[in-house]
Write a protein of this length. Structure first.
Length: 177
């Protein structure tokens, strides 16, 4: 068990902490947190999972997107205590030690990023989309990603990246044979 405040900061005097246990990228983690701590800050500062970016802090940009029980959520507007007993996946959990996830490969193949700030959130939202819809249209992809903003790419290559990943995942399952 790790106290977040051992790693990051001293808790505010008089503010009680809550013990929470969650599964992060397949690993069970127990931490003591102030009830006001945001999930994004727990992931980035408490767990050093800095692939979760913070852009707007107001639920607008999607840079902080993580998968919460498999569904995309904006971790800048969730409290860490709300994750107690739940499953959280960040971009660091997408690939195995030796292999990129097809969505990550798609972004590489189709040049779906420039600065990369939005990319972790884009990829996690895309992964969730492809798990529920293995053959999305371009419109489906644009709708699914409508809560994730990119300032660099114009979105064309992001959409192509997701289509590339969808095709690869279907081929791996033998569905396009
Ligand atoms: S930082 Fe969370 S939506 Fe922008
Ligand atoms: S690649 Fe720069 S914000 Fe999307």
């Amino acid at each position: 068990m790790t106290s977040l405040y051992d790693e990051v900061q001293t808790p505010t005097d008089g503010v009680p902490t809550r013990r929470v246990t969650m599964t992060v990228n397949g690993e069970k983690r127990t931490v003591d947190v102030e009830p006001r701590l945001l999930l994004a800050h727990l992931l980035r500062q408490g767990m050093q999972l800095t692939g979760t970016h913070v852009g707007c802090d107001t639920t607008s940009c999607g840079a902080c997107t993580v998968l919460f029980d498999g569904r995309p959520v904006k971790s800048c507007t969730m409290l860490a205590v709300q994750a107690d007993g739940h499953d959280v996946e960040t971009v660091e959990g997408m690939s195995s030690a030796s292999e990129l996830h097809p969505v990550q490969e798609g972004f590489k193949q189709e040049h779906g990023l420039q600065c990369g700030y939005c990319t972790p959130g884009m990829m996690l939202t895309s992964k969730a989309l492809l798990e529920r819809n293995p053959d999305p249209s371009e419109d489906d992809i644009r709708w699914a990603l409508s809560g994730n903003l990119c300032r660099c790419t114009g979105y064309q290559n992001i959409v192509k990246s997701v289509l590339w990943a969808a095709e690869k995942m279907r081929a791996e399952r033998g569905e396009d044979a």
